[in-house]
Design a protein around this ligand. Sequence first.
Ligand code: 5AD
Ligand code: SF4
Length: 471
Amino acid sequence: MELPDYVKARQRSKQVVEKEFYKLDDDLRQIGRGKKYFLKTYGCQMNEHDSENIKAMLEELAFEETDNYKEADLILLNTCSIRENAHNKAFGMLGRLKHVKEFNNPDLIVGLCGCMAQEEGVVNKIMNKYKWVNFVIGTHNLHRLPYVLNDSLQRQRQEIEVFSREGNIIEGIPVKRENAYKAYVNIIYGCDKFCTYCIVPYTRGKQRSRNPKDIVREVEELVRDGYQEVTLLGQNVNAYGKDFDYEYNMANLLEDVSKTGIKRIFFMTSHPWDFTDEMIDVIAKYDNIMPFIHLPVQSGSSRILKLMGRRYTKESYLALFDKIKEKIPRVSVSTDIIVGFPGEKEEDFLETIDLVNHCQYDNAYTFIYSPREKTPAAKLQDQVPEQVKEERLHRLNEVVNKYFLENNKKNIGDIYEVLVEGISEKKNELFGYTETKKLINFKGDEDLIGKIVNVRVTEAKTWSLDGEIVK
Ligand code: 5AD
Ligand code: SF4
């Protein structure tokens, strides 16, 4: 049994990160024969991509996927810690599963992985109140899933294997991609920013960049397999390469990935503090690097930004924003904003509204501040009352939504390259995303799915566009 420990999770060692290769013992390859698994994923794209690895690992053990948890022999929850409501969803699901296990299927194996597995409080609760959960496996040792699962099949006791310190980068974990045209590619794991509200540096560990050669090779393989689009993933992709003992950064990586010839490249998430002029130039220069940037601001008040530990001010953020808008043709920018951070006063909130009025974002994810276990912000005295947070969120949403619609209206008549992803259920039309990552619906032949077509925008809504194919 190995339990999570926040003191260790906070430490950042200078130890060099090595590369290891995923291995699977042959005698495990049949442990899932005749059995079905159900995997539920919560949270961000990192988790979605981890789930693609989990599925492939389970299928190498001969498990078969089901989308009905009631007929599963193995249920795995890939969880998220970012806000309290993510926790609540996972615990709610565990409550339902207890019922299934008690009344329908006593042999059901239930496992929990993802960020919640790295939290001391969660693991203690599972050990004390959820004794029927079969295993918990952490984010740093996910590649050991076959072994932890095998142990819990063999032994009648709860298995907990959570490493608090990140280990090496594991290459060669199998992957079952959800989509045949667009793929996620990890470029950097962990985060060293320690924004005071955020739990990620504890649950995902120290910043570790993947070797550029491995990334380029993976993208080349994707090109060969017919993929049109990659999204380069990391909690803070702009810090890419900072942990190398040689000079190689995110701008270099973007350039090298661009040269693989993949048709479309997206990347996320970018911390404003690490965004360099060199990156802006590279994005502007290469046609296959999409003009879309997710640039979380979190707050428009420099005072609150300081308390958040964000390392930039309202003014320096706006200077970066304006430069991006000026230098990258047709760029669209989205953001994340938190309201109700401890100590946020009405005047701080109005600074956020003022910033939004300047930036007029194409998209924004807005959140109510949620105190996270043992993070510095959770210990601040001046917590904002729930009602005030909700009221601010509502006011903020009205402003951001107004700009989504206004910007979309400005796109009417423009022609975009769209990767056709499928048929929308509601309208029986094709749908896809523009280079600027806007959802667009249009009429067309099913054969176009997986292809890139030119689409002219004909109508604008708050959350999507309508268009027509241009021959
Ligand atoms: N409360 C609310 N929102 C948070 N985020 C991160 N931590 C918290 C928290 N404790 C938001 C940030 C981040 C996004 C992924 O989630 O806006 O950019
Ligand atoms: Fe969390 Fe992002 Fe800040 Fe890292 S940069 S601590 S992931 S909000």
